[in-house]
Design a binder for this molecule. Structure first.
Ligand SMILES: [Zn+2]
Length: 81
């Protein structure tokens, strides 16, 4: 009976997963989803490309504006003038 074989295969796989999962495993938490606050800092919006960046990572622009990169700052600056 092929269904029974599949069932036992699944059972074995579940057991394997259970045994593997017994050790203390820390989940990877390296990724931060876009749009979520990181490091508890304030997010500012880049007026050039519209992306949100944490204040401490932002590039300072003229008039207290913040940018995600120097390229954006320069583009914004040249657009203004
Ligand atoms: Zn930008």
């Amino acid at each position: 009976m092929i269904v029974r074989a599949l069932f036992y295969g699944l059972l074995l796989w579940l057991l394997y997963r259970l045994v593997k999962g017994l050790g203390p495993r820390r989940p990877e938490r390296r990724r931060t989803a876009p749009g979520t606050a990181v490091r508890g800092g304030d997010l500012v919006q880049d007026p050039q490309c519209g992306v949100y960046i944490p204040v401490e990572d932002a590039v300072k622009g003229p008039g207290g504006t913040r940018f995600c990169s120097e390229a954006c700052r320069d583009a914004y600056r040249s657009r203004k003038s």
